[in-house]
Design a protein around this ligand. Sequence first.
Ligand code: UFG
Length: 356
Amino acid sequence: MKKRVLVSGGAGYIGSHVTVELIQAGYDVVVADNLSNCDLTCFEGVKKITGKDDIPFEKIDCCDYASVDRLFSEFRIDAVIHFAAFKAVGESVAEPLKYYRNNLLSLLNILEAAKTHGGCNVLFSSSATVYGETDKLPVTEESPRQPAISPYGNTKQICEDILRDTVKATAAYGNEVMPGIDKPGPVKGTALRYFNPIGAHPSALIGELPRGVPNNLVPYITQTAIGKRECLSIFGNDYPTPDGTCLRDYIDVVDLAKAHVAAVARMLEGRMAEDYEIFNIGTGRPVSVLELVNTFEKVNNLKLNYRFTPRREGDITAIWADPSRAEKELGWKAQRTVEETLAAAWAWEKHLAGKE
Ligand code: UFG
């Protein structure tokens, strides 16, 4: 029987790419999303890419336990990939309660339902932000986490801990009768720490759809190139890096999606070395902001309007991954070049412009 994966937040940027890869790898998928930060554009794109018109879509809010519980009752769910969360760093500083309530409660509900319905595999969408600023680069999964500088970053750390503790506590479930729980079962957990996801599907049918002014670099670049924004600000050119701009590890969103499929397969096929595992998902290649801008111009044969402005508060100088654990354990490695990724990002922006 085909295994079924619940993708919470599956209509969003990363969730939609993961849904495509899961279906193409032969899984059944249920997409759950409250559409608070996206519409159905990408979900429709997923249907076109996969040629599957009957992907179950549930418009639910994971902060509502009854809705999550109902999903687990209606569908036999073998694994959950939990994306549903808020992700704007600046907004989280202004509205910490909104971030803590949404990001923590949705995971708590998923885990509660997972253990109550006989146990489940849960993959959590974490972030390299947990490492903070460090001189020891690249970062491995053993690199210490640093105190978070934003509530958003803090929710990633707390959620990792909630998952880890739940996995530990539920390991014995199924062997003993738990008061108040009919069919308790163990939860197994994987946290994927993403570096900087960018790009779009090569079909240009799904991609990033920021609401309002983009916070992240690549959507700002593509919106400037298409004329929606006047000028890209490069935040700081006085960092202690080769060209003075920050270094990041930009990971293609399709490569990132494939890492989820590899991690889910490892869980479903009983190949985990520990019941809770963590993997860095990056390329291992640092790229500067200026290099990224120059590559975007070159590969798409255009000139971008940009200027240097002061540093953005909270930005770290440099971070990139040591992705060797993912390569060894998951058999996954980033494949696409920055050039391919930036060409795909531009094709997606043009696709959006064509629809307007
Ligand atoms: N940048 C610019 N101009 C812009 C936007 C970004 O120069 O208009 C620069 C930033 O200063 C940074 C780089 O581009 O050096 C990447 O910035 P992003 O905002 O795209 O990504 P971040 O590395 O800041 O953010 C990532 C994740 C977040 C996570 C954060 C923690 O996207 O989810 O790391 O630092 F919280």
